[in-house]
Design a protein around this ligand. Structure first.
Ligand code: FAD
Length: 503
């Protein structure tokens, strides 16, 4: 039973953000939850690739993995392949999980850098299990054997975002969330406090609440339009402002990774689902017309297009404050950093987790809002830096878009990170920033950023021991991957198993 002493939490919008929030709050908050959405307005209809943290979200809700994959037509994701970013024909993976393992006081990559300088090392990819498994099209769950840790193979998913939202809607409604259909025509504010008091729908219905979640997408109807919270524009760093998207029929192998293929003025995504492939071309409208972007996309998809290509326009950046008064924005209403590293759904999830830690009662205290906004800004800015790295460190010459990206002035935080790595091979992960050292290492290396030296402690390892260590890691990865199942077979087995369990 919801706590009658506290006013309802009202969620405006029923895309991924709205229903993720509704499901979590229904499960944990003990409050009455009302969600308003408009079928006529619809959702953004993209957002299909995730990072491994999504598993924690589903697990917290108690969602069975096989059921989730079955209902969302999902597939496993081990990595993102970046094709052409360091030059036409070049390719590398940013794979989840670790690369090698630390030895003594040093991270693995200092040994790898030394071995590379001595001509003894294989490609970095050979030392990352996720990378080897992704390139081989394999997938498996591992359990620890007695006395031996399980191989480290984190995974995420590709899924149909519309089906995921529908699944979360069922989950939420079963747990008492009240859905109100209708377009919001006005947002009423309290005359004394200035807080949001109610949403007024086109048919005159008033939906009152004590705390409001703005999940209205790019429009940011509550936080942006009503409360006038500013938008910090990052388009000088993240220059793409448009995307044309079209799904196509499945063809070829079911690859357990997303592809991000650099194009003349942006990049193309390929996301394999069970029933189709999601495709899109993210581009800068200053350097390419919509027609050209569409033609490039349609010329480079695997199967028959399923429907007409759809163009979306956006501005990269974030709301200066994501929580203002009694309103918190989630999802696109809070900002957008483009889909290159599949971070948007994660940002919804982490904001929800943060909200649960700081859930307001009757009032929203300023100290709580400030702390929320401080943490959110830190998280967004560090992700922003990681995304910019892909653009600024590109190796595509004689293409005006990419030439300009290479010449851009980058944020000081990123400049310092790159300078530290170039100078000494050191990668420092600050506090709880999302991307880990192996992530930065793979992208820096893949994009051709080479440090001037490695940590001299790595020289203390005898040469024979160093090459034996590298060979041991690479051959263990090869052997582990050989024992793994084909991705499509494994996926089918997981889904069949869950179906048998629920029968
Ligand atoms: P929306 O889906 O736009 O939902 C907004 C909701 O608000 C809808 O229900 C709408 O009906 C409602 N609404 C709006 N106005 C009103 C009104 N006046 N009255 C009533 N209801 C209203 N994220 C990833 O993590 N991975 C990806 O691979 C990825 N790819 C992307 C590719 C592109 C090109 C874009 C643009 C985004 C991508 N994203 C991705 C981001 C992802 O799509 C979003 O983060 C996610 O879908 C959440 O969207 P949302 O719920 O905030 O907004």
């Amino acid at each position: 039973m919801p706590n009658p002493a506290l006013p309802p939490i009202v969620i405006a919008g029923g895309g991924s953000a709205g229903w993720m929030a509704a499901a979590t709050l229904a499960r944990f908050s003990g409050r009455e939850i009302v969600l308003v959405e408009s079928d006529a307005i619809g959702t953004v209809g993209v957002g299909e690739a995730t990072i491994p943290q999504i598993r924690l979200f589903n697990a917290a809700l108690g969602i069975d993995e096989g059921k989730f994959l079955r209902e969302t037509k999902g597939t496993f994701k081990l990595a993102i392949a970046f094709d052409g970013w360091s030059g036409e024909g070049a390719s590398y993976l940013h794979a989840f999980g670790s690369v090698g393992h630390p030895s003594g006081v040093l991270p693995f990559h200092h040994y790898w850098l030394r071995a590379r300088a001595e001509g003894q090392a294989g490609p970095l990819a050979d030392y990352c299990l996720n990378d080897v498994a992704a390139r081989s099209g394999r997938m498996q769950f591992f359990r620890a054997e007695p006395g031996q840790p399980a191989p480290d193979l984190p995974w995420a998913y590709h899924f149909d975002a519309g089906l995921y939202a529908a699944m979360l809607r069922r989950y939420s409604e079963e747990r008492g969330v009240r859905r109100v259909e209708g377009a919001i025509a006005a947002v009423e504010r309290d005359g004394d406090t200035g807080d949001i008091a109610a949403l007024v729908l086109e048919d005159g219905t008033r939906v009152e609440g004590g705390f409001f979640l703005d999940c209205t997408g790019f429009r940011s109807l509550l936080l942006g339009e009503t409360l006038g919270t500013g938008f910090e524009d990052w388009s000088h760093w993240l220059p793409c402002d448009s995307a044309v998207a079209v799904p196509c029929a499945s063809a070829g192998d079911l690859t357990p990774y997303t592809r991000a293929i650099a194009r003349k003025a942006g990049w193309q995504w390929r996301i394999p689902l069970q029933h189709r492939i999601g495709n899109g071309h993210v581009f800068s409208s200053e350097f390419m017309s919509e027609d050209e972007a569409t033609a490039i996309l349609l010329g480079a998809i695997d199967g028959e297009p399923l429907g007409q290509p759809r163009t979306l326009h956006f501005r990269t950046g974030m709301r200066t404050r994501q929580w203002e008064r009694n309103c918190l924005a989630l999802g696109l209403a809070a900002g957008f950093m483009e889909p290159l590293e599949s971070t948007s759904i994660h940002l919804i999830q982490s904001s929800i987790a943060r909200l649960l830690q700081m859930l307001p009662g009757k009032a929203c205290e300023e100290a709580v809002r400030d702390e929320f906004n401080r943490q959110a800004r830190f998280e967004w800015e560090r992700i922003r830096d990681f995304l910019i790295l892909h653009y600024v460190a590109n190796g595509r010459t004689s293409e005006p878009f990419w030439d300009r990206c290479r010449a851009m002035q980058i944020p000081e935080t990123l400049a310092a990170k790159i300078a530290l790595y170039r100078a000494s091979g050191t990668i420092h992960r600050e506090h709880e920033e999302l991307f880990t050292e192996p992530g930065w290492l793979q992208v820096l290396t893949g994009q051709g950023v080479v440090p001037g030296r490695y940590n001299p402690i790595a020289d203390q390892m005898p040469a024979a021991q160093l090459s034996a260590m590298l060979e041991r890691i690479a051959s263990r990865n090869r052997q582990t991957v050989q024992s793994m199942a084909d991705h499509a077979d494994f996926l089918r087995a997981v889904i069949d198993h869950s179906q048998r369990k629920s029968a």
